[in-house]
Write a protein that binds this ligand. Structure first.
Ligand code: NIG
Ligand code: FE
Length: 411
């Protein structure tokens, strides 16, 4: 409502195309993932932050009362892009490490030598609450410039009570969906992973669970094993959190089996997943979140996304934006990588970063589609064919975003 009580309306008119996932329900799997409805010469009518109607311009009825109009000639509309996996709350950078990796050092070697994640933990702990807020807001601006209208972000660079809780609050206050990644790495002041988890579950979880929507763990050599992951995830579930796992990034350590057994919301990465893992995920409710920018940034094999979709698994796409393994906030680029490296079609990529990504966040009932009743979040593609989203590799494809029914400058 406007201050005088009138309804706030926005008409996005004369779109060359509108594209939206074409099958109801979530998550979409198999052939349904690639079914996209396209309307040529289209409009989107928004009212009070919600989509009131979409359709062809020639079918647009006269609108009573005041309405703001946005002339979208030459542009296409897709649902606001949803980035369901980021690590946007960090201070400092890892540009030095990036240069070392470019010269041949491996990510795992740097991690084992106390660099990697732990170097970002040191930088993040050194900041105060305002530094954390400013960092998340800056990263949110970067994401919004490339068309992201909803972002999840993990904590995980504090690994102490104060910094973890401050990270979750900074993410929430910047409009993100917070995930507690309390089990990202074992901080140096603890003698073992078990000792750290004992602390995290006793001292941090109770309050983290009041801010975060989900909990996440890095299940990998050098981080946490499947036994520790089970303990952590079960304790987090007891506190009402949804569960997610960073699994099979470098090696198979039982992450898929645990994910399926615990019926977690998602398992993310999967670059090392073999045929058995694909079959197990396809037969489960767990969404496979594929992160091709991370594989590209680390020069690692891509996750078997084509096999996952063909086997019938629910697949989502995200950036994994973080300072070490994927300094990339760009979902359109992820769609390009999906099309060129993962052998997904642009239509499959669109559903994977809209409705299926919204499902991972528990928001598929309100986000991820251009249809009446859904939140009026729209990403405007600067091209007459929406598939430029994936086609224009690294291009400036986003003309603007509409957030809750209001047009936002790209910032
Ligand atoms: O998803 N693998 C664990 N965590 C992040 C990377 C974090 C970092 O390198 O800072 C990931 O790749
Ligand atoms: Fe990640």
């Amino acid at each position: 409502m406007t201050p005088d009580g009138a309804r706030r309306r926005l008409l996005i008119r004369d779109l060359a195309q509108l594209a939206t996932p074409g099958v109801d329900g979530a998550p979409l799997r198999g052939a349904a993932l690639g079914r996209v409805d396209v309307i040529e010469d289209a409009y989107v009518l928004c009212r009070d932050g919600v989509i009131e109607a979409v359709g062809r311009m020639r079918d647009l009825k006269a609108i009573d009362g005041d309405v703001d109009e946005f002339d979208a000639r030459g542009c296409s509309a897709v649902p606001g892009l949803v980035d369901c996996h980021t690590h946007a709350c960090f201070l400092g950078d890892r540009v030095e490490e990036f240069a070392l990796r470019a010269g041949g050092a491996s990510y795992e070697e740097l991690h084992a030598a106390g660099g990697g994640i732990m170097s970002t933990v040191r930088a993040t702990r050194a900041g105060d609450n305002d530094d954390l807020r400013r960092a998340v807001e800056r990263h949110r601006t970067w994401m919004s410039r490339v068309g992201t209208t909803t972002f999840e972000s993990k904590s995980g660079y504090g690994l102490d009570r104060e910094t973890e809780l401050a990270s979750l609050r900074a993410i929430r206050d910047a409009g993100g969906i917070p995930t507690w990644l309390g089990a990202h790495a074992v901080p140096l002041e603890f003698p073992s992973a078990d000792a750290y988890l004992d602390f995290a579950l006793r001292e941090v979880l109770p309050e983290a669970a009041t801010i975060a929507r989900a909990a996440d763990i890095f299940l990998e050599h050098g981080a946490f094993d499947a036994t520790q992951a089970r303990l952590y995830l079960e304790a987090c579930r007891e506190r009402g959190l949804e569960l997610r796992i960073h699994g099979d990034q470098f090696s198979e350590q039982g992450a898929v089996a645990l994910a399926v057994e615990l019926r977690v919301r998602s398992i993310d990465h999967l670059e090392a997943t073999g045929a058995d893992g694909v079959t197990a995920l396809a037969a489960s409710d767990v969404t496979a979140v594929v992160l091709p920018a991370s594989a590209l940034f680390l020069g690692r094999p891509m996750a078997p996304a084509r096999a996952l979709v063909d086997a019938g698994a629910a697949v989502a796409l995200a950036t994994d934006f973080n300072p070490g393994s994927a300094f990339c906030e760009n979902i359109p680029l992820v769609c390009s990588l999906a099309a060129t490296q993962l052998r997904l079609t642009p239509s499959e990529a669109l559903s994977a970063c809209t409705v299926n990504a919204a499902h991972v966040l528990g928001l598929a009932g309100e986000l991820g589609r251009l249809a009446a009743g859904f939140r009026a979040d729209v990403t405007l593609i600067d091209a007459p064919d929406w598939r430029y989203l994936a086609y224009h590799l690294g291009g400036a494809v986003v003309a603007g975003v509409v957030l809750g029914g209001e047009f936002r400058e790209l910032g």
